[in-house]
Design a protein around this ligand. Structure first.
Ligand SMILES: Cc1ncc(COP(=O)(O)O)c(C=O)c1O
Length: 409
């Protein structure tokens, strides 16, 4: 693999022009779009308008004139296209954790008599914590959190819900959503999928696979900005029977009727609770414009090329410096990130960031590299590996400042 070949790949890349849609600091190789997407150019322009014209000048009239009130639906519809859902099955709201609370509780109520929640013990902690909170609230539930290879055996006639994250946040392992959803359904259970690391990263087919509920983040591959609103999906067949236990006024059938009795909206709006965060939601709406006309199959193809390339270039470095790859090589089981274990992973990552290649670290010892085809070039992958080589060869990571843990890793 030569640099000249990678330059040629960049020139013929059908997604190459998309890079212009983002602010990427010069000289930086950004491999953390799986944690916080970069700033899309459209967001800056649109937010200026929202701030100065919509908020600054038009003030409260903007709820109607600028359609603030329908932002959650509009944004949800844009996300729906990326995750294989219909536009009336997705709504933007709250955080992933809060949305998980809503749909997990609603799903459990749809399976009365069953008392088991099955999940992966290595699932993202917030997913496990939310399930623990709900089990505490309801009482009498078993949390069956098991390793990946025991998941299928953990499903039985007592299982109410199978709750999984499609792409493992540490290892990048990609679950077989079709198979697991089918297995859960065969046992009579419902499924809740967390798409934090798949929405905008790879094609997702919620309806094709018969998924019941899903949630996901707006600030990772969707580039909606720090703390962007999350989204929630409820399959149309479940919407009228999904109880909105967080029964706030925005999910009411007629919020501006101001009646004392709660009556849920008949559609996906029942999953909303309170006033939407208009500024963040506007940023996410503008960010999603980047995906217009983008074929997610093409994104996937480039993502696999980028991660294949990274794995290949890293092979000699990994062998020489004791980095253990934990991401599968099998395309069918790989998300859009590549991770390595290393006992000094934190310090190595900090030293690498200091060299202008941003990835991140997940305890206890995982270095994560996210690959985002809309703005990464093949030559960026080469550059990242070259700079990591310097860090390892010269042992730059040994500088004491690189071992000092920051609050956010
Ligand atoms: C799989 C997964 N779920 C949820 C979250 C975060 O949820 P929230 O947006 O509520 O902070 C993350 C954050 O990295 C995640 O990786």
């Amino acid at each position: 693999m030569s640099l000249a070949l990678l330059q040629a790949l960049d020139r013929s890349d059908p997604l190459a022009a998309k890079r212009q849609a983002f602010h990427i600091p010069v000289g930086l190789v950004y491999l953390d779009g799986n944690s916080l997407g970069p700033l899309p150019v459209t967001v800056r322009e649109h937010l200026e308008h929202v701030l100065l014209q919509q908020w600054g000048t038009d003030l409260i009239r903007s709820w109607n004139t600028h359609g603030w009130v329908d932002l959650p639906l509009r944004v949800g519809a844009k996300i729906a296209r990326l995750i294989g859902a219909e536009s009336d099955e997705v709504i933007a709201a709250d955080s992933t954790s809060v949305n998980l609370f809503k749909v997990l509780l609603a799903a459990l109520k749809l399976r009365p008599g069953r008392r088991v929640i099955v999940s992966d013990i290595d699932n993202f902690p917030t997913d496990l914590y939310i399930a623990q909170g709900i089990a505490e609230l309801l009482g009498g539930y078993e949390l069956r959190f098991v390793k990946k290879d025991q998941l299928e055996d953990a499903l039985d006639e007592q299982t109410a819900v199978l709750m999984l994250t499609e792409v493992d946040y540490r290892t990048g392992y990609l679950y077989d959503m079709a198979r697991l959803t089918q297995l859960a359904h065969q046992k009579g259970a419902l499924t809740v999928w967390d798409l934090a690391h798949s929405a905008g990263a790879l094609p997702v087919h919620l309806n094709r696979h018969g998924v019941d509920f899903a949630v996901g983040c707006g600030y990772k591959y969707l580039n909606g900005g720090p703390g962007a609103p999350a989204f929630v999906f409820v399959a149309r067949r479940h919407q009228s029977v999904t109880t909105p236990f967080l029964s706030g006024w925005m999910g009411h059938k007629a919020p501006f009727a101001f009646v004392p009795e709660y009556l849920p909206a008949e559609d996906i709006r029942r999953l909303t609770v309170g006033t939407p965060s208009v500024l963040s939601m506007s940023a996410l709406e503008a960010a999603l414009e980047v995906f217009e006309g983008v074929d997610m199959e093409q994104v996937r193809q480039k993502s696999l090329q980028l991660t294949d390339l990274f794995i290949e270039l890293m092979e000699p470095l990994a062998a020489r410096y004791g980095l253990e790859r934990v991401t599968p090589t099998d395309h069918a089981r790989r998300g859009s990130q590549v991770s390595y274990r290393h006992p000094e992973g934190y310090a190595v990552m900090q030293a690498l960031i200091n060299q202008g290649v941003i990835g991140d670290f997940r305890a206890p010892d995982i270095m994560r590299f996210g690959f985002t085809p809309l703005y990464l070039r093949f030559t960026d992958v080469w550059e990242a590996v070259e700079r990591l080589r310097q860090v390892l060869q010269k042992e730059l990571w040994r500088e004491p400042r690189f071992s000092q843990r920051a609050k956010v890793t």
